[in-house]
Design a protein around this ligand. Structure first.
Ligand code: PLP
Length: 233
């Protein structure tokens, strides 16, 4: 089978598994969005899923993502930025990604805010939370989450805060990740209640643990390997 056919078949079979997991969790399929994570895969691989009717694409690296955006120039694609970024580069994300999942510090929020103001647009964002508590991992520390939310609500009128994202520690069994997913859901519920805001999104669940993520309330699944195959670093 050609690589393109393989990708489309992977996508179809993943969609079927997501449908099943959604039914088993008694959730509304409209609430669950698949973001196809294409980092380190070429633009042609993105074209394969787009031609198969899938438009949500996630990228991790600014430079690589910009190159693919330039190659594809496809207004149907909904671009998600899910990687780490230096605050001084953050301005390049604004208006070029429909949703930035990985905002995790005040400096970064301020950089996005100032560019969004300049461009006179509202940039949708999520806050990445370091649920694994591993210091080298991205994401805001749990103790600092509330003040980051407060800062954004008070000072970042051109950012539209839509929810939370997490990258749990890696386990070979999805079940082990479940407590991190439920923790993120509880954090979202707390913030909504305390700050009287609506946060529609929970970005969690990858190739090995999307079943548990759906059960724990995910609205954005970020899945790469199951669609595009293994990455070569
Ligand atoms: C690479 C990546 C994914 C996708 O991981 P897979 O295991 O390939 O499904 C999801 N989220 C983030 C933040 C990533 O960097």
């Amino acid at each position: 089978m050609s690589n393109a056919n393989q990708i489309v078949q992977n996508l179809e079979s993943l969609r079927a598994q997501i449908r099943e997991a959604t039914q088993a969790a008694n959730r509304d399929p409209d609430e669950i969005n698949l973001v196809a994570v294409s980092k380190l895969h070429p633009a042609e691989s993105i074209s394969c899923v787009v031609e198969a009717g899938h438009f949500d694409i996630g990228e991790n690296y600014l430079q690589e993502a910009s190159e693919k955006q330039n190659i594809l120039q496809d207004p149907r694609i909904v671009w998600h930025f899910i990687g780490q970024v230096q605050s001084k580069k953050a301005k390049f994300l604004v208006g070029r990604f429909h949703l930035i999942h990985s905002v995790d510090r005040i400096k970064l929020a301020d950089a996005l805010e100032s560019r969004a103001k300049e461009k006179n647009l509202v940039q949708p964002i999520l806050l990445q939370v370091n649920v694994s508590r591993e210091p080298q991992k991205g994401g805001i520390h749990l103790n600092d989450l509330k003040s980051l939310v407060e800062h954004i609500i008070e000072h970042c009128t051109n950012l539209d805060l839509q929810g939370l994202m997490c990258m749990p520690p890696f386990f070979d069994q999805g079940e082990k990740v479940r407590p991190y997913f439920s923790e993120l859901r509880e954090l979202k519920n707390q913030i909504q209640k305390e700050m009287q805001i609506n946060l529609p999104h929970l970005s969690m669940g990858m190739s090995g643990d999307f079943y548990q993520a759906i059960q724990e309330g995910a609205t954005l699944l970020r899945i790469g390997t199951s669609i595009f195959g293994a990455r070569e670093y």
